[in-house]
Write a protein that binds this ligand. Structure first.
Ligand code: THU
Length: 160
């Protein structure tokens, strides 16, 4: 039997330790929560992407009476950004959530489907995407989606 470990690195930053760009991205994700359409879960999620040219593109979760049809904030933002700017790598994504009248205190970690879509963005542009998960006690940051989704299935997996 052979055994190996896959390690991920997560850094937790207080607001004052973040760069101005990252603070702006987190504020954009927080603001995006307010455009969420989430009458069923009442859980408002906002995502903000920083593109290579510095532009910020946001999205929020969009639900449906036919529950499985809803889309998470991360994928709403990513698909919109790739439609608007198909040639621009995504440098970072920030995610925040709002529920019961306040920002959710714990960092919201993207669902498995969103992680796979985020991975495709890194793979497509061959550019790491930093992930910033806002929480009241600190923003949890990974330098690449690979830290959230080890053992990846990407385009090259289809070529072997
Ligand atoms: N949701 C997101 O938009 N992003 C996440 O990272 C986690 C979950 C949404 C999906 C659904 O509209 C609501 O939050 C509750 O699951």
């Amino acid at each position: 039997m052979e055994k190996y470990e896959i390690k991920s690195e997560v850094c937790v930053y207080q607001d004052s330790e973040l760069s101005a760009d990252d603070r702006e991205l987190i504020e954009s994700a927080k603001k995006a929560t307010q455009s969420s359409y989430s009458p069923y879960s009442k859980f408002k999620v906002g995502a903000a992407l920083r593109l290579q040219n510095g532009e910020i593109v946001t999205g929020s979760n969009q639900e449906n009476a036919s529950y499985p049809l809803g889309l998470c904030a991360e994928r709403t933002a990513i698909f919109h950004a790739q439609h608007m700017h198909p040639d621009l790598p995504v440098q970072a994504i920030a995610i925040a959530a709002w529920a019961n009248g306040h920002f959710y205190p714990e960092p919201i970690s993207p669902c498995g489907a969103c992680r796979q879509v985020m991975l495709e963005v890194e793979d497509r542009y061959q550019h790491p995407m930093r992930v910033l998960l806002y929480g009241a006690g600190g923003t949890h940051v990974v330098q690449t989606v690979k830290d959230l989704l080890p053992f990846q299935f990407v385009s090259s997996s289809l070529e072997k």
